[in-house]
Ligand binder design. Structure first.
Ligand code: UGA
Length: 429
């Protein structure tokens, strides 16, 4: 099928590349000319496993094209996906100005029936607004359908999640666009859920908030485990074996971050407020997440006492593994908190060092993870990169001036670390 994706961020670019990979003819539109040029030349602006090969292969095969012109994108396809950012505003509500602008642009370029699909994460009832906007701005009386098709990919696993989705959600007002939507997704062989538009929009915010709730739940339990000597990983394993609960997203940590959970939680709380409901449960999820970071910082201060002029090594800057994304990264927040206390930092991340440089100044960026600990009073692990499990622990212990390791991701076995001579402090174990 001929498909257009407007916006080449994480969602738009990965969606476009995966659609092309399964044989669709795809045009990706972005108003950033430099980015479009880079993509046309086979460059990738983000690190995402498997994406570069996919983009290069499909550009070479002629199935994936990039342009800055929305008009061209609308002319070339019958189905137009909107995948532009929906950033948070100061009060936590969602800035929908990019969606509104794109809806206007699509409207003025439409000359015949189009299916306009929203993939960006938006508040419930945005579909109605997009429909009204297109009606208002289209030149002639052209027919169209607005569809809500939220995306559930995780950064770092985006290609895998998109190629093998758990479900495809399609929110529609009429049956007319359903067959085309099902045809687009047929190659992915996933269960399709067809709902009304409002329900589809809610499924996205409800899912992300529930996943964040799971993490805050296990993080709250980690406090009880710390206080009692129980092991939070064993508790999570035992809980997770109940199919009604499930083990995934029960890894205690120094808190969740990224460009989705914090933003979507605030947005969902605000949406509920606008509907007259105070979503106290989700406010508690936010509170626990903030407290988890505070407790981790306190753990470091309680052990090292005064941080001023202490040298601390930090492993991890990305908000999670397999990505170079540092937006709302707990790792960056931790570094900034340590710097505020006067600590001198040596930091490393396998992919996120370049992007960190704008946020994290006056630190030493170290290329080799095994050299970060050199001359440090302590080492802190902040991101769950698999690479870190392969640290040369003997070398790290010798490099540290005091063998203290704070593990904010529970990557190592406590007994083994103590046997190796570390003073090892993790989360809830
Ligand atoms: C999240 C959702 O998982 C996706 O389904 C959704 O499509 C995406 O938001 C979005 O709305 O675009 P993402 O933010 O990429 O995906 O990353 P996650 O894997 O969900 O991790 C989020 C944060 O939670 C990270 O900081 C991660 O380290 C943390 N986390 C995750 C934990 O602390 N513990 C866990 O058990 C799992």
């Amino acid at each position: 099928m001929k498909l257009t994706i407007i916006g080449t961020g994480y969602v738009g670019l990965v969606t476009g590349a995966c659609f092309a990979e399964v044989g669709h003819q795809v045009v990706c539109v972005d108003n950033d000319a430099a980015k479009v040029k880079l993509l046309q030349e086979g460059g990738i602006p983000i690190y995402e496993p498997g994406l570069e090969e996919l983009v290069k292969g499909n550009v070479a095969a002629g199935r994936l094209n990039f342009t800055t012109s929305t008009t061209e994108g609308v002319e070339k396809s019958d189905v137009i996906f909107i995948a532009v950012p929906t950033p948070p505003m100061a009060d936590g509500s969602v800035d929908l100005s990019f969606i509104e602008k794109v809806a206007r642009e699509i409207a003025s370029a439409m000359t015949g029936y189009k299916i306009v699909v929203d993939k960006s994460t938006v508040p419930v009832r945005t579909g109605d607004k997009v429909t009204e906007t297109i009606k208002r701005y289209c030149k002639a009386r052209v027919e169209f359908d607005v569809v809500s098709n939220p995306e559930f990919l995780r950064e770092g696993f985006a290609v895998e999640d998109l190629m093998k989705p758990d479900r495809i959600v399609i929110g529609v007002r009429s049956q007319r666009p359903v067959a085309a939507m099902k045809e687009i997704y047929a190659p992915f062989q996933a269960p399709v859920v067809v709902t009304d538009i409002n329900s589809a929009e809610l499924i996205k915010h409800a899912s992300n908030s529930f996943l964040a709730l799971k993490i805050s739940y296990i993080n709250a339990l980690s406090i009880i485990c710390d206080a009692t000597g129980a092991n939070v990983q064993e508790v999570a394993n035992g809980m997770g074996m109940d199919a009604r609960i499930g083990r995934r997203f029960l890894d205690a940590s120094l808190g969740f971050g990224g460009s989705c959970f914090p933003k979507d939680l605030s947005a969902f709380i605000k949406i509920a407020e606008q509907m007259g409901y105070e979503f106290g449960l989700l406010k508690e999820v936010q509170r626990i997440n903030a407290e988890q970071m505070n407790r981790f910082v306190k753990k470091i201060i309680d052990t090292l006492w005064v941080l001023k002029d202490k040298k601390i090594g930090v492993l991890g800057l990305a908000f999670k593994q397999n990505t170079d994304d540092v937006r709302m990264s707990p790792a960056i927040e931790l570094c900034q908190r340590l710097q505020k206390e006067g600590a001198i930092l040596r930091v490393h991340d396998p992919k996120a060092m370049e992007k960190s440089k704008a946020l994290l100044k006056d630190v030493t960026y170290v290329d080799d993870m095994n050299e970060v600990a050199e001359g440090c009073d302590a080492l802190v692990i902040t991101t769950e990169w698999d690479e870190f499990k392969k640290l040369d622990l003997e070398r790290v212990r010798k490099a540290l001036s005091h063998p203290i390791l704070f593990d904010g991701r529970n990557l190592f076995d406590r007994t083994e670390m103590e046997r190796l001579g570390f003073i090892y402090k993790s989360i809830g174990r």
